[in-house]
Ligand binder design. Structure first.
Ligand SMILES: Cc1ncc(C[n+]2csc(CCOP(=O)(O)OP(=O)(O)O)c2C)c(N)n1
Length: 699
């Protein structure tokens, strides 16, 4: 491993550079001061290193922020967003000064942390520390994956860098090690991370908590590492960035010794500069100290603005140059060029779902994870933009695509990804891939380990990113691994994320329908929740409503046409749908007419019209919900006329069918609870925690 390079330079920045850097610094200072809220310290300390990048080498066009081959810049330390907004404003993005003056205010395009889709030029929503770094790894992966697919000799139409600005907090978070390890392993040479090494976090000096050798750590991950001692030396920082770009075989970390709150006489190098306005008096002293006019605030010297705005001509020229190269490419490779445009626009090809399989009982019982694997294989043959894998569980999650090759260091044409046992980074990387565009990313693990992915899943939903999760081993029915591996509260947890669509299909045919929804959903993530255990295949001749019913979230699977109003409705999801069907048959022999509603997605069902929902679940018909998961949520969803066979404790280690039986997932208990719902004088019962159990109106 090459030793770290160090640049210890003492020169002051040339006059124009200094003017520009101070412009950024004081725009950020004034934004935070006016809002009386926010983080001035990181922008003040990191303005020079960000300027060195944005002024000297970042490839971007302020007038077309989404140009596909732009460099990506992610501010992982999202709390320092005043710096990013200042950069976007002065370089000519559509972010007027008024927006800077409305920092952190209702309706502004300058929210308290960068939000993707709200501000032109913001490449990712950041704020939860560490996420942006892993997003950057995902973007760099997308870049090499697309380059491998589309570039041709003499035609490099995909050729950009990904830059990430991180703080101490980003590198303290564990996800930075997961993502750093993957990036090093994959030799992502076009990923360049600038580290604002300011020695300060909220509670004080990093000496309190963060004393490892960060450079050695990243060098051990296989990164090229450099250190720049004088953060205000634009040339030294720019030179280090040049070195990083020259290093094509390894990702780069450039640690720049910045000073939080630079220039503030009383707050520089202290935690006091981190997360609150400097205060009127301190702003005055800081401006005076750095030779800046105290008023007016939001001052932008003309020479500085003129210099910054060269970004517009520079960016337009860079884009025009790329467009002429793309034109030549299109002439030589018209089909590939059209494909490139299609995947960047997230358009699906005609007939993409034409060959999707249908299954019949004759295929034999099949786990929905197996049906999912078969569906992925077919989808992948039509959608080369599908790219994904699992966190070391491909044989279990059935996420590997035969013949698609492995995505491997410097052999980036493969589409099967091996994330290692790194669920957190896996998902944030999937987010980065989706943000980049050009790919349909998916990732798999056991449903229980979705807990390790919660922060990036939340961000995927917030950013409306089309990321697909393949979660298998979906209930206590998975059996012997026991309570540590048996999900209980994960389903309701996922369903409660705004914008997330959760689908728990009942059989192989519902699984195909679920995948169709997942691929078709261009804005927002989808979680497919699948069984480990085999399930009967529902016969499409007997249950023809499956393909059209699944997209509605819930539908009548089995009913008695002669009966206008069923005596009771059994609502079930996933594997428990089969139990509901058996229960219905048994109840019929007991003179009770039960309707079975399969509800693969409560999220999608809740979005249907009142009429539709009333048609499926008519008012005043008692309901019995059967789902091998926490009962929380059903009550608010379907009202008071309900009992739930669910689980309000953790599972147990035993063969799956035995566990299911002990927790009340039997035909006998379904019938017993159905009679109970029908006969009961209504009163609240406590959640039973012993099996067999039912939770009746007790949420
Ligand atoms: C996952 C996560 N945990 C906690 C926080 C709250 N937080 C915001 S900034 C910060 C640490 C600040 O230290 P550093 O990253 O060095 O930033 P600087 O002080 O240089 O601005 C913390 C803990 C967060 N944003 N994300």
């Amino acid at each position: 491993m090459a030793p770290s390079s160090t640049f210890a330079v003492t020169v002051a920045p040339p006059v124009l550079d200094e003017l520009c850097i101070n412009t950024l610094r004081f725009l950020a200072v004034d934004m935070v001061q006016k809002a009386n809220s926010g983080h001035p310290g990181l922008p003040m300390g990191s303005a020079a290193m960000a300027y060195a990048l944005w002024d000297r080498s970042l490839k971007f066009n302020p007038h077309d922020p989404d140009w596909p081959d732009r460099d990506r810049f992610v501010l992982s330390a999202g709390h320092g967003c005043a710096l990013l907004y200042a950069l976007l404003h002065v370089t000519g993005f559509d972010l007027p000064l008024e927006e800077l003056k409305s920092f952190r205010q209702w309706g502004s395009r300058t929210p308290g942390h960068p939000e993707y889709g709200k501000t032109p030029g913001v490449e990712a929503t950041t704020g939860p520390l560490g996420q942006g770094l892993a997003n950057g790894v995902g973007m760099a992966i997308a870049e090499v994956a697309l380059a491998a697919r589309f570039n041709r000799p003499g035609h490099r139409i995909v050729d950009h860098y990904t830059y990430v600005l991180v703080s101490d907090g980003d590198l303290e978070e564990g996800i930075s090690s997961e993502a750093g390890s993957i990036a090093g392993h994959q030799h992502l040479g076009k990923l360049i991370v600038l580290y604002a090494d300011n020695h300060i976090t909220i509670e004080g000096s990093t000496e309190l908590t963060f004393t490892e050798d960060r450079m050695a750590r990243f060098a051990a991950f296989g990164w090229h590492v450099q250190r720049v001692e004088r953060s205000n030396d634009v040339e030294a920082v720019a030179h280090a960035q040049e070195n990083a770009r020259a290093e094509s075989g390894r990702p780069s970390l450039i640690a720049v010794r910045t000073h939080i709150g630079f220039g503030s006489p009383h707050k520089q190098d202290t935690a006091a500069a981190h997360g609150e306005a400097l205060g009127v008096e301190e702003v005055r002293l800081t401006k005076e100290g750095l030779g800046w006019p105290v008023s007016p605030s939001f001052h932008i010297p003309e020479e500085a603005l003129e210099h910054f705005q060269k970004a517009v001509t520079r960016g337009s020229a860079a884009q025009a140059e790329w467009e002429s190269r793309f034109k030549a490419y299109k002439q030589q490779y018209p089909d590939l060029a059209a494909e490139f445009q299609r995947v960047i626009d997230r358009r699906l090809p005609k007939d993409w779902d034409a060959d999707l399989p249908t299954f019949a009982p004759a295929d034999g019982p099949m786990a929905t994870r197996v049906a999912s694997g078969k569906t992925i294989a077919v989808l992948g043959s039509r959608l080369p933009e599908m790219m994904g894998g699992s966190a070391d569980l491909n044989p279990s999650t059935h996420t590997n695509r035969e013949g698609a090759g492995n995505f491997e260091p410097e052999d980036w044409a493969g589409r099967n990804m091996h994330f290692g046992i790194r669920e957190h980074a896996m998902d944030a990387i999937l987010n980065g891939m989706a943000l980049h565009r050009g790919l349909i990313p998916y990732g798999g693990t056991f449903l229980i380990f979705s807990d390790y992915m919660r922060p990036p899943m939340r961000l995927a939903a917030m950013n409306a990113l089309p990321v697909i999760y393949v979660f298998t081993h979906d209930s206590i029915g998975m059996g012997e691994d026991g309570p540590t591996h048996q999900p209980v509260e994960q389903l309701i947890g996922l369903r409660s994320i705004p914008g997330m669509v959760v689908l728990r299909p009942a059989d192989a045919n519902e699984t195909v329908a679920a995948w169709r929804i997942a691929i078709g959903r261009k804005l927002g993530p989808v979680a497919l929740v699948l069984t480990r255990q085999s399930l009967p295949v529902l016969d499409l001749n007997t249950y023809p409503g499956i393909p059209d019913g699944v997209p509605l979230g819930g539908y009548i699977l089995a009913d008695f046409p002669a009966t206008e109003r069923p005596d009771i409705i059994l609502i079930a999801t996933g594997s428990e749908v089969h139990l509901a069907l058996e229960g219905r048959d048994r109840l019929l022999t007991e003179g009770v007419h039960a309707r079975v509603v399969s509800m693969p997605s409560t999220n999608l069902f809740a979005a249907q019209s009142d009429d539709y929902r009333e048609n499926i679940l008519p008012t005043n018909v008692p309901l019995l919900v059967i789902e091998a998961a926490s009962p929380v949520g059903w009550q608010s969803f379907v009202g008071p006329r309900i009992a739930v066979i669910g689980i309000d404790t953790f599972g147990s280690s035993a063969p799956g069918p035995v566990v299911m039986e002990h927790y009340g997932f039997t035909v006998e208990n379904v019938c017993k609870q159905a009679h109970h719902v029908l006969d009961k004088p209504k009163k609240k019962a406590p959640c039973a925690s012993e099996s067999p159990q039912t939770m009746e109106g007790s949420f």
